[in-house]
Design a protein around this ligand. Sequence first.
Ligand code: ZEM
Length: 278
Amino acid sequence: MAAGDYMAVRDAIKKIIPQSSYDDGSAGPVLVRLAWHASGTYDKKSGTGGSNGSTMRYKLEASDEANNGLEYARNLLDLVRQQFPWISYADLWTLAGVVAIEYMGGPKIGWKPGRVDDVDEQYVPPNGRLPDATQGEDHIRSVFYRMGFNDQEIVALSGAHNLGRCHADRSGFEGPWVPMPTRFSNTYFKLLLRSRWHKRKNSVGVEQYNDEDNELMMLPTDMALVKDPKFRAWVERYADDKDLFYRDFAAAFGKLLELGVIRGPEDKALRQYARAKL
Ligand code: ZEM
């Protein structure tokens, strides 16, 4: 297979998405989560973190408890990488998120290659940069503003919770947000507004919000999006207008995957400069 044939890589990623004995029969959601967590460590001020460098290959980052369960996604993608040894892990993990979203009926997302893996362990961003689901709007803002996102982008990105589920043994939370967690849609926003959510301790004693029959769930951070008036205005718009959500999600997710990615001749020196500030 010719180096640089990203269409072939996309096809190979599509082939590993159906997983009959895993979750809802799909690895799609966990691939999206890997792309997000690989990118969401970015700090705009120092230029550190982000998907470039695929630093989650190192134990220090992989063992951040926010990343529990992502070894499943990384191991599946290792199988793809064996077929295409020329692709960087950083490109592969981000591309897999894009392919998974498209596969599950979401929007097309702009993606460019060029991330590299030649980064050593001392440049791993510190643990604790990803959001903590037990917190509220102030925490959400401080984490996403640090990456360079605004309120509208925060709400758009949060729409990824249309996909997948929480696992008690990974995060302590339990259950899916929507009835069809392997189809991308704006159902999450509709449910946030329409369902009656009650606070409840789940089977492992962690507080979360559940619907009346305890089938669907919301995290405390999800509820903050309807409590905070500025966030709520965007939840309402996205609940009403699926096309707007798809457009805004595609833009924000594409931006997320580019955080900290520097291309061109000055690339390596600039990256080293940024990382020296860790
Ligand atoms: Zn999530 N997310 N997330 N998220 N996320 C989980 C699962 C998934 C937060 C969070 O703590 C959690 C974004 C934002 C935020 C996905 C995508 C994106 C889980 C459950 C938690 C606890 C993990 C588990 O137990 O397996 C918080 C606090 C967020 C912001 C405030 C953004 C942004 C995402 C992408 C754009 C996805 C797809 C999942 C489902 C994973 C799976 O395995 O099914």
